[in-house]
Design a protein around this ligand. Sequence first.
Ligand code: NAP
Length: 411
Amino acid sequence: MFQKLKKPEEGEKIEYKNGKLLVPDDPIIPFFKGDGIGHDVVPAAISVLDKTAELIGKKVVWFEIYAGEEAYKLYGNYLPEDTLNAIREFRVALKGPLTTPVSGGYRSLNVTLRQVLDLYANVRPVYYIKGVPTPVKEPEKVNFVIFRESTEDVYAGIEWQKGSKEAMKFIEILERDFGIKIRKDSGIGVKPISEFATKRLVRLAIRYAIENKRRSVTLVHKGNIMKFTEGAFRDWGYEVAKNEFGEICITEEELIDKFNGKQPEGKIVVKDRIADNMFQQIILRSEEYDVIALPNLNGDYLSDAAAALVGGLGIAPGSDIGDGIAVFEPIHGSAPKYAKQNKVNPTAEILSGALMFEYLGWKKASEMIKKAVEITIQEGIVTYDLHRQIGGKLVGTKEFAEAVIANLETL
Ligand code: NAP
């Protein structure tokens, strides 16, 4: 099955039956370090995950796979089939960041990974960890879970360079058949947003809201300008809420008209906001937002902005979810200037692992990791990024993970 990988001898496969994951006590989980600081943060995170699993009587059997520069050296390919096959086969994986060159070079490996494995929802919880310095006065009011569609939109990679045969042909067809004039020296990109992809994303977001007793789901879009892509995203989102979750979901209008503005117990309010407004809403009225669903590009922007409210990229975890398949990764990139210096903050990678445990149904382990990270930061044990803001005891990536492990043992 694999060209250059050898499946671990021990451990069992996670299975997926009737829409549910069946997780053994010793799952085989593929991981790759990726590029740059992935070489620092992934081993640090694994050390914390191993200890936590042990404390709850489980064991992760790690299966190292390759992507990025390392994969290129080994396979002559940045994202080899072996890597994709291992994730397909074992269903849940942990990843480090991957470098993407701007403009020229190869296409984003992260985008390709999401598209090839149909990891259609990029899910990012954004919450405050006590002790982390933030730019806002009341960061504890921030508690969002962002569901960003990740297979479509302008990220679909359908674009052609200025002057290329394809771009010129497009420009010609638009003028000839639709009477639309575009400057001949334009690069061309296409923004597809489908009913299918929108509905499965919003379905996942609403299900998450129900299972986790969240209060609202906000559909964010730029439908006032892009009516048939972003506007349709909003309309299809409301359709899912009404047609599939009508017993539980109410709209904002219904909240006011039928319930006098008082949210009944057990109901979830589905509302929508235009993207530009949403950027100020999450800053000024954080407590009014909970689960947030958006198309790809706006989702990318909003999730970084939201992460900044609670202290920035070094601590923000993320995940890419499909049906019965999921990859967990920090929001931050490969920060090449800090690579292999044992310097950067591994919190985002550690918390991505906590999210992974939650996805496996190991909720206790996930909570333990979050708690141990919080205690460590409150003790003032921090990497350079937090140290330059709050001082404390400056440690390296590995030492931070060791401090988290020590705190895990006290829980
Ligand atoms: P980045 O790698 O996230 O780094 C930007 C800055 O964020 C760093 O210089 C550092 O700030 C801070 N930072 C990031 N991770 C940190 C950590 N763990 N601890 C402490 N500080 C951290 O973003 P970038 O420089 O724009 O991108 C570099 C490469 O990563 C690009 O090729 C990009 O395409 C790729 N990327 C990959 C992913 C992914 O794999 N999912 C995501 C985003 C970007 P200071 O220098 O101010 O300390």
